[in-house]
Design a protein around this ligand. Sequence first.
Ligand code: GDP
Length: 332
Amino acid sequence: MGKNWSAQDYADGILRGDRVVLGRAITLVESSLPVHRELASAILEKCLPHTGRSFRIGITGPPGVGKSSFIEAFGGKLVREHGRRLAVLAIDPSSQVSGGSILGDKTRMERLGTEPNAFIRPSPAGSSLGGVANCTHESMLLCEAAGFDTVFIETVGVGQSETAVAGMVDFFLLLLLPGAGDELQGIKRGIVEMADLIAINKADGERIELAKAAKKDYALALHLFPEKESGWLPKAVTCSALTGEGLDELWGLLVDYQAVVKGNGWFERHRTYQSFQHFQEGFKRGLYEIMLQDEETKTALANAEKMVLEGNATISQALAPILAGLSLRITR
Ligand code: GDP
């Protein structure tokens, strides 16, 4: 796999299910070099007819809840007992600040990483949320083309990335700890509302009763939210990544979920809606990049931003002359 590999060579490797080629292609997707982006885009184009066939699951929860232990145990079960082919990706914009990645630590998911039917990819570091989310979405498509029928997208449930994840998955799983309210766990209320399933992890040893109580509380809380468009009634369960307790039931619920949303047409509708959203975002991002290529606009935007941040202008005041100028140039 050298410098002169063509998009077709990459696509052939990916469609063969070659994980090394897949990994290299994802590196191209994550790259900011224009020549890499171009190649990545050509690879994606060739892979596109083979995408979309996986069950996409977002997994989130506060740091320490046991996300990687859960993915190791649950993912391992899916791969070993249910014959699934699993890709695990992460969205982690915080890596920019911490310098580390949530999946970057090599000791995490050690066993799963050695499974021939699993593929684990740490999050790209040092990019904006929009950039990371876009990379993750494209990486997911490549994983699907490589034959992975199940994709986990992991995020730390304390930031902004949940909305980005929700924009690319079919199912949203929230892991929580027994014996602490969501505020205490640093989880925003909106995230609880987004969940299709809440799993109270670490339901083992002395924490079993606490976990059962938490499950009851969350089941009640979920009841109070407006009904989901998907027609699925969100549920709360307990599980233990340590003992494996509850993981079979959890998979059973995921299977039920698919039957419901595929049966009522929501699955397809939701995917179409997500594509529409991605199209819009892609267009806006592209437009923005073009604008920034113009030095005059770039300087004007930086000045406007400064004025707003320093409290010397409202947003519309600061933007008005720039937008008027751009509008003139477009309509000329
Ligand atoms: P993450 O930060 O959410 O990825 O959490 P980790 O998977 O790194 O787990 C944090 C700590 O909790 C580790 O010490 C794990 O061994 C422990 N842990 C994870 N899941 C369980 C569980 O189900 N039961 C118990 N008792 N400990 C767990």
